[in-house]
Structure formats: structure tokens, C-alpha cells
Design a protein around this ligand. Structure first.
Ligand code: PHE
Ligand code: CO
Length: 259
């Protein structure tokens, strides 16, 4: 698969400088349009932690300056943003997370990709992922996930762990006093799936089950048919805290589950 980012100037850890000045007015306007569409949906469908964090970010004016956001993040949870050309290899990705650095893609989709892109862009990465890094429990969990990723590489279990990421960090739902809400970045940045995942009767919404998530294949090119619902970020932290080595060993010979 060929990736659309420009990797030529990337450092060995795949980081690049965010060339903010290179974004023209058209790109800032497109970011604003994406931001505004999602902003109309999030009050009804996003989890409160995300809603609270985005308010403090003042990010609706255009493509944000990563340095400024990193400064706020560092002060709150010790995370920072690192600019990357696009998708990066597993080891580089996990290493960044294990150092509390979240990789954010620098390029923005084209106007004709308003509703769907196959690869994450700056809108998905920033709008979907960055706000929750302000939540202390979520932030600690993602740090643990990064360390767990490096370990999964040694244990040849990245595929299983990637399914967990998909069903939590990208497409996870959470129970709140206001009902079920989205906390997964793929949902928060989606114009269609954000309402679908919370309000449509069609998909399954299962209570979070660690082993089932590790075993369940996922769909990348359509809305999910199954979502896992957590009670709280504390539950996610607690249930992913045990050593996964024996769990991987037990699950490896079992058949994978259909989405
Ligand atoms: N506890 C897991 C392990 O030992 C690592 C992990 C932490 C995975 C948090 C996911 C989320 O491998
Ligand atoms: Co993502």
C-alpha cells in the first residue's frame, strides 16, 4: 500500500516540522468547515470529557499550531503532539505513545474528501484524538497502551492489540449520565458515524469485553456493525492493566471473530 504523505523530510522517528505557514486560506477554511459540521453533532453524541477539552482549545479557527496545543497538554497531562507525515510504522508509533507523544498527521484532506478519507489526516488526528489527551485517566491509559504495543511486538501479538485499539481508541463508546456517547476518534471525526454509533438501532453495542475485542476483526471502509461500550476510562485502565502475555497465548490458537 502506498501512503500519500511526504516522508522524505522525516526524522528516524518519523517526526517532521509542522510547516503551519504552508497551509493556505483554502485549507484553513476546509478545516473550519469540518470543525463546524462536527461541532453541531458533538453536544448530542460525544462524551463529556471530550466536549470539555475542546472548549479549552480554541481550535475552530483553522488548522491548529501544534506547538501551542502541546504547551497546554504538557501542563495538564504531560503529553505533547508530534507532527508526522501520515501513518507510521508500528514501532515508531508505539515508541511515541510510550513517551507521551501523540503523532498527528500534517496534511489535510481535499474538499472532495469531506465525508470520507481512507487514511487519517490532520482533522481526524487532531479533532478526534487530541482533546481526550487532556483527561488524566485516558492520558495514562494511552501511555500504557504504547508500552503494551512495544511488548506486543516482541510477543508477535500486534494484530490482537490493534483490534483492541480499534474498538476502544478509534471506535469506542462510553456510558454516561446522558446515555451512551462516543469517545473513539474515528467516531468523533466522522460526519455520518458519530450519530449512527449512538442513535441508530442497527449496530450491536456490547459491554466492553477485553478478550472479545482482541479477537474481533474490524471493518475499515464502512460503519462498524459492533461497538464495545465501556463504563468509564477507569474501567478501560483497570481491564487492560494485567499482563497480556498469558492472554495472548490463550487467544492465539482460537479463531478470530467476525465483525
Ligand atoms: N497490560 C498490557 C500488557 O501487559 C498492556 C496494555 C496496556 C495494553 C493498556 C493495552 C492498554 O501487555
Ligand atoms: Co485515529
Amino acid at each position: 500500500m502506498s501512503l500519500r504523505g511526504d516522508y522524505r523530510l522525516a526524522a528516524p522517528d518519523f517526526s517532521v516540522e509542522q510547516d503551519w505557514a504552508a497551509h493556505g486560506a483554502g485549507e484553513h477554511a476546509l478545516f473550519r468547515r469540518l470543525f463546524e459540521r462536527q461541532s453541531r453533532l458533538v453536544p448530542r453524541f460525544a462524551c463529556p470529557e471530550w466536549i470539555q477539552a475542546i472548549a479549552g482549545l480554541d481550535a475552530g479557527g483553522g488548522i491548529p499550531k501544534f506547538d501551542q496545543v502541546s504547551k497546554k497538554l504538557r501542563a495538564k497531562t504531560g503529553w505533547e503532539i508530534v507532527a508526522v507525515p501520515g501513518l507510521i510504522p508500528d514501532d515508531a508509533f508505539f515508541t511515541h505513545l510510550a513517551k507521551r507523544r501523540f503523532p498527528v498527521t500534517v496534511w489535510l484532506r481535499k474538499p472532495e474528501e469531506f465525508d470520507y478519507i481512507a487514511e487519517p489526516d490532520v482533522f481526524h488526528d487532531f479533532f478526534g484524538h487530541v482533546p481526550l489527551l487532556f483527561d488524566p485517566v485516558y492520558a495514562d491509559h494511552l501511555h500504557e497502551y504504547g508500552k503494551g504495543g512495544l511488548k506486543a511486538m516482541r510477543l508477535d501479538a500486534v494484530k490482537m492489540l490493534a483490534r483492541l485499539y480499534w474498538y476502544t481508541i478509534e471506535f469506542g463508546l462510553i456510558k454516561t449520565d446522558l446515555g451512551v456517547r462516543a469517545y473513539g476518534a474515528g467516531l468523533l471525526s466522522s460526519g455520518g458515524e458519530l450519530a449512527y454509533c449512538v442513535a441508530d438501532p442497527a449496530p450491536r453495542r456490547l459491554d466492553f469485553d477485553l478478550e472479545k475485542a482482541l479477537r474481533t476483526q474490524y471493518l475499515i471502509d464502512r460503519y462498524q456493525s459492533t461497538y464495545f461500550v465501556i463504563d468509564s476510562f477507569a474501567q478501560l485502565m483497570r481491564e487492560t492493566a494485567p499482563d497480556f502475555t498469558p492472554i495472548y497465548d490463550r487467544l492465539r490458537p482460537l479463531p478470530v471473530l467476525a465483525p
